[in-house]
Design a binder for this molecule. Structure first.
Ligand code: TEU
Ligand code: CA
Length: 539
């Protein structure tokens, strides 16, 4: 079962947050034509799939995750013709496009919700979830998940902002409308989808159930039958509620649901257990090893992993678990890339990660404007949290940190735009740029380029068995990948210390590393953030 090869087994996905990627028409907002003009750059990096976060019509209360019309492109980003041109031009370069599907909720400005809130007997009323009373269910963006509509004398459910009412998947008419819409985008030539918070669609709010509801997998199988079947599409579900026990239900090939999911266990390791992500805790390297190896082994024959450090909801990885301060930024960013891209699964690169973009660490809370961030600031200040401590948590964890404009060059607006961007540039935009990275053979960019290409050419990297080495080592995250004709060793010093790693290297040679001049012996002396890939292949 694990041997069936799919095209995404050798692919690397590049995630674009269009608003912050590249502005082609000088309004300070990234757009589709801006993406088109950077396709040669992405081709050079070597990626073969682009995931676009939502570009549909939207009032953008939540960065486009509040869709008011699934069938049209937000004019800020361009037109349907621009989108078709993007599909065409990228396919000429061998790059596929996957779209973001937000199926758990719509915008309150969506026609369905406008109708639904007219009267209780409107045919669209039952597209959403209503209650005569509120319960104690909480929104993921703080506060109650219920919003009162006086003229209906009813509350509607919203797991996110009150402008994002939750859809009622128990209604077959709603489900059919959704499938029709998905097929519309498939007919435009997209190669697949990322499915936003998909584990919420089977919710049972009156039983207090949010994720993993009883009908979830039936809905996904129904969607597969109506939309994905026989079309060779790549689908990835965003599932904060995934565990190694329920993950195979989504991606085990015989289940006919999705190609893979995003699980977030490693992402939750630096918060206090039971707390929110603003409740900070140091990352323990052994926890990280344990979580990754659990997922690598757990889905070995049972599904497929996605591999990511970053996305538009997360802070920058080099600032988070690397070292974004001066000299070690490059070394630690490369180490993190090697550590992740050595594993089995489909890797995702989030825009700017390939040049080691950092968190902006804005100097005060007012700089942070994302809806989730603003709500949490309000809630925590009201509760009496220390503003200084809160600012630090926001700097380290806010979604805004991954959304600063892409740093193309050191001109006034970072080459992102020739006018003031919609959101603040990171203060280091003049020193960390694509232009600089492309000029420097030794840049983070070229490490990513190497790793992306290695996945296309090396079968062991794609499908080899994973085995963790030396769990107890306090600084080194090392593992082995084995296929019938090769063994790869990936050895990463996760910390800024010098340390040793014992390994019989007599039959091994260096395939890649982030330092020069490596002396192999049976005790490898590792420098700060040193990362090495070794192989036993002869030629
Ligand atoms: O995010 C899922 C989600 O639950 C987020 O609230 C996530 O937990 C949070 O950002 C981390 O603090 C998805 C999208 O990726 C996100 O951008 C949307 O805001 C959200 O769904 C609602 O559609
Ligand atoms: Ca623009």
């Amino acid at each position: 079962m694990g041997d069936i090869q799919k095209w995404w087994h050798s692919s690397v996905v590049y995630q674009i947050y269009p608003k912050s990627f590249n502005d082609s028409n000088s309004d300070g907002i990234g757009d589709i034509q801006g993406i088109i003009s950077k396709l040669p750059y992405l081709k050079y990096l070597g990626i073969d799939v682009i995931w676009l976060t939502p570009i549909y019509q939207s009032p953008e209360i939540d960065g486009g995750y509040d869709i008011s019309d699934y069938y049209s492109i937000n004019p800020k980003y361009g037109t349907m013709t621009d989108f078709e041109e993007l599909i065409q031009k990228s396919s000429e370069l061998g790059i596929k496009i996957i779209m973001d599907l937000v199926l758990n909720h719509t915008s309150d400005l969506h026609r369905w919700f406008q109708e639904a809130s007219k009267s209780r007997d409107n045919p669209y009323h039952d597209y959403y979830i209503w209650s005569d009373e509120s319960t104690n269910l909480q929104s993921n963006f703080t506060g109650s998940a219920w919003e009162y509509v006086p003229h209906l004398e009813q509350f509607y459910l919203h797991f996110y902002s009150k402008e994002q009412p939750d859809l009622n998947w128990e209604n077959p008419n709603l489900r059919n409308e959704i499938y029709k819409m998905i097929n519309f985008w498939i007919s435009k030539g997209v190669a697949g989808f990322r499915l936003d918070v998909i584990d919420l669609i089977g919710k049972k709010p009156f039983e207090g159930i949010k994720e993993n509801g009883p009908q979830l997998h039936n809905y996904l199988q129904e969607m597969y039958t109506h939309c994905f079947k026989g079309k060779n599409l790549m689908t990835v579900g965003e599932t904060w509620g995934a565990t190694i026990e329920n993950a195979p239900l989504y991606s085990r090939p015989d289940r006919n649901e999705l190609s893979m999911i995003f699980q977030f266990e490693q992402i939750n390791l630096d918060k206090i257990p039971g707390g929110q992500r603003w409740d900070l805790k140091e990352l323990d390297l052994q926890d990280l090893k344990q979580v990754f190896s659990k997922w690598q082994l757990g889905l070995e024959n049972n599904g497929w992993n996605s591999l990511f450090w970053n996305n538009h909801d997360l802070p920058r990885i080099v600032s988070r678990w690397g070292n974004d301060n001066g000299y070690y930024r490059t070394l630690s960013a490369k180490m993190l890339a090697i550590l992740l891209h050595g594993m089995k699964g489909t890797p995702y690169i989030y825009q700017g990660e390939e040049i080691g973009m950092t968190n902006p660490n804005f100097p005060s809370l007012e700089y942070y404007s994302d809806i989730e961030t603003k709500n949490i600031i309000e809630e925590r200040l009201a509760k009496g949290d220390d503003p200084k401590k809160l600012l630090r948590a926001i700097q380290l964890k806010a979604r805004d940190s991954g959304r600063t404009p892409m740093q193309w060059d050191d001109t006034k607006f970072a080459g992102f735009s020739d006018t003031e961007p919609w959101t603040q540039l990171s203060p280091n935009f003049e020193s960390i740029t694509v232009k600089q990275a492309l000029k420097d053979n030794d840049s983070i960019f070229y490490t990513y380029q190497f790793l992306v290409n290695l996945r296309k050419t090396n079968g062991t990297l794609r499908l080899g068995k994973f085995e963790l080495l030396e769990f107890d080592h306090p600084h080194v995250f090392a593992y082995r990948r084995t296929s019938h004709n090769e063994t790869l060793y990936i050895i990463c010093n996760f910390h800024q210390v010098e340390t040793d790693f014992s390994l019989d290297t007599s039959n091994l040679k260096v395939l890649y590393s982030n330092y020069q001049d490596i002396q192999l012996s049976n005790k490898i002396g590792l420098r700060p953030y040193e990362a090495i890939i070794l192989t036993d292949k002869k030629e």
